[in-house]
Design a protein around this ligand. Structure first.
Ligand SMILES: *Cc1c(COP(=O)(O)O)cnc(C)c1O
Length: 356
């Protein structure tokens, strides 16, 4: 158990008005969680303080060599008036998998969950209430030693900031166009693709800019060696419905193990659908599309839950999926996962966690 000191702000900010568009990641709440780490001493000084800027040495290692990790989850205002998190224990586990890869010290899972709950509780009045909105939670760890040598830092900060965010889909689930990237790569096996760390995003920007310039909203990455097998989308995992089966790339070390991905696999199996986690080549997709067997394509991630794909571009081929409209299974998964998150339906898996 962490002993969390709480210092409340004496000048609370004006909260967004009801109906005001929140967007994503622009607005921050009144408080943040912060905790220090020093080698030999461990994690200490857990506190919730007024949200504000940090003072760090310009030599802090995070600025130079990218030793950092982050997580992303949400708090929901349930239809029953209760505040919920969705599977925060999974974020805690993934934090430590990422930490291991980046030589960041382990953070006890129960401390991670306790810290998330504590800061959300302090700022629970910031959880927006309109349909589809949520409070985005961003835990992260940065290396803070003032040292330009390349080595793991001996000091770190673990922080959690909160940002009210708008409904991802203002008017129904609009399918997106996706660019299958055949030049740049995001990650390779043995690299850090499975870790949630800023470096993977830095590596992704150039392709994202290229895709945007061509009118596509996201990049679908191929494996870094053969550039043949499907990996994942920018900040989402990817699923296909091929000839009645749900198929998604297996976790191979270069793919981020999404919590939404895991939830979707569990849900589809629970419904008695066949789910395959395996290698999928672009050629297989092109072939399935030609034979009318590529029935649905959707991305999965915390932000959107389900993002239907209406169009996939690969070199000179453009595949239109399901007539550019959301598929039946995609819609059913979306309704069920969000139904559990907002407390609208039964939660047979125990995924919903209440924050008092
Ligand atoms: C966070 C993330 C995802 C989605 O993970 P969820 O736990 O479902 O939000 C997928 N891909 C990448 C690269 C990510 O960073």
């Amino acid at each position: 158990m962490l002993d969390i000191k709480i210092e409340k702000t004496s000048s609370p900010k004006a909260k967004p008005q009801k109906g005001e568009p929140l967007g994503f990641g622009h607005i921050f709440t009144d408080h943040m969680f912060i905790m220090n780490y020093t080698e030999g001493k461990g994690w200490y000084d857990a506190r919730i303080v007024p949200y504000g800027d940090l003072t760090l040495s310009p030599a802090a290692m995070v600025f130079h060599y990218g030793q950092e990790m982050f997580e992303g989850l949400k708090a929901y205002k349930g239809v029953d008036g209760k505040n919920y998190l969705f599977r925060p224990d999974m974020n805690a586990k993934r934090t430590n998998a990422t930490n291991d890869r980046l030589c960041i010290p382990q953070l006890p899972e129960e401390d991670f969950v306790q810290a998330v709950k504590a800061v959300v509780e302090v700022d629970k009045d910031w959880i927006p209430e309109e349909e589809g909105t949520s409070l985005y939670i961003r835990p992260f760890i940065i290396a803070t030693d003032a040292f330009l040598g390349v080595a793991p830092s001996k000091t770190y900060l673990f922080m959690i900031i909160l940002s009210p965010s708008g409904a991802y889909y203002a008017s129904g689930l609009a399918p997106v166009g996706i660019w299958i990237e055949d030049d740049y790569v995001r990650a390779v096996k043995g690299g850090m693709g499975f870790a949630k760390t800023g470096g993977n995003y830095a590596a992704s920007l150039a392709a994202q800019v290229k895709a945007h310039d061509d009118g596509y909203s996201q990049v679908l990455w191929l494996d870094g060696v053969e550039r043949k097998y499907i990996e994942e989308v920018g900040a989402m995992n990817i699923f296909f419905k091929i000839d009645g089966k749900i198929v998604t790339p297996m976790l191979n070390g270069s793919i981020l193990p999404g919590i939404t991905r895991d939830s979707v696999i569990n849900l589809c199996k629970h419904w008695g659908m066949e789910v395959e986690e395996r290698r999928i080549s672009v050629d297989e997709l092109l072939e399935a599309q030609k034979n009318g067997k590529l029935e649905e394509v959707f991305g999965t991630g915390t932000a959107a839950v389900i993002s239907p794909v209406g169009k996939l571009r690969y070199k000179y081929d453009v595949m239109e999926i399901n007539g550019g409209v959301i598929g039946e299974v995609s819609q059913k998964i979306y309704d069920t996962v969000t139904g559990i998150q907002w407390g609208k339906i039964d939660d047979p898996f125990g995924w919903r966690v209440e924050v008092k």
